[in-house]
Design a protein around this ligand. Structure first.
Ligand SMILES: CC(C)(COP(=O)(O)OP(=O)(O)OC[C@H]1O[C@@H](n2cnc3c(N)ncnc32)[C@H](O)[C@@H]1OP(=O)(O)O)[C@@H](O)C(=O)NCCC(=O)NCCS
Length: 184
């Protein structure tokens, strides 16, 4: 993948997509400070914590996490990460997360980040991508990934709890990958 890459959002706004870099910690802290606690609650790590972000940056060169960011007017406005296992029976399956600043949502940035994560996964030789999404909470993401041929493989009933203790189903969505887009 050639970075930095320019992309055009809705209303002709321009954004740059590039890998997360070692010097981005302050920009990423600012980004996550603007993400609501409700959105952060459903992430795997407490990204509101400086220690968690510090740890991410210590591991930034590790081969098993590929992070990309969308940048607009010198601000990080979107973050996508692809997670590889690197060992064992499910090493051919990648997982990912994408999060976009609320005021940049529904402008196609999430789609641009998703396309790049799919391409990165194909470049890594992965055979499938998996994402676990919370039904009734991550509906925008479920809608977005379904457009890219992710299908619902399973549902874990009442598996996650929101901040008020209410249970939600988790949908496990899978996309099979091919070496090239032209193999589809
Ligand atoms: C999910 C998320 C990343 C989408 O980012 P985005 O930049 O808004 O996405 P896009 O503008 O590219 O939208 C792509 C598609 O998603 C769907 N979508 C986006 N927002 C939606 C909404 N509020 N309701 C329903 N569908 C929605 C639409 O199908 C849209 O395609 P369209 O523009 O052709 O209608 C963003 O909403 C977000 O950060 N949500 C909170 C975190 C989260 O749920 N992450 C998912 C974990 S992977």
């Amino acid at each position: 993948m050639r970075y930095p890459k320019e992309c055009v959002l809705k209303e002709c706004q321009e954004a740059i997509i590039r890998p997360l870099e070692a010097g981005d910690i302050t920009l990423l802290e600012k980004f996550y400070s603007l993400i609501s606690e409700d959105d952060r609650w459903f992430m795997r790590y407490d990204v509101g914590s400086p220690e968690v972000l510090q740890k991410w940056f210590e591991n930034i060169d590790l081969a098993y996490v590929k992070s990309i960011v969308g940048v607009c007017e010198d601000k990080i406005v979107g973050h996508g990460s692809l997670h590889l296992r690197g060992y064992g029976a499910t090493q051919h399956v990648g997982r990912f997360r994408i999060i976009v600043l609320p005021e940049y949502r529904q402008k196609r940035l999430g789609t641009w980040l998703l396309l790049d994560l799919i391409q990165l996964a194909m470049d890594e030789g992965l055979e499938a991508l998996r994402t676990d999404l919370v039904v009734g909470v991550d509906n925008a993401a479920i809608e977005a990934v379904t457009k890219f041929d992710f299908f619902k493989e399973a549902v874990l009933r009442d598996y996650a709890k929101d901040r008020n203790g209410k249970f939600h189903d988790i949908a496990i969505l899978i996309k099979r990958l091919h070496r090239q887009w032209s193999d589809f």
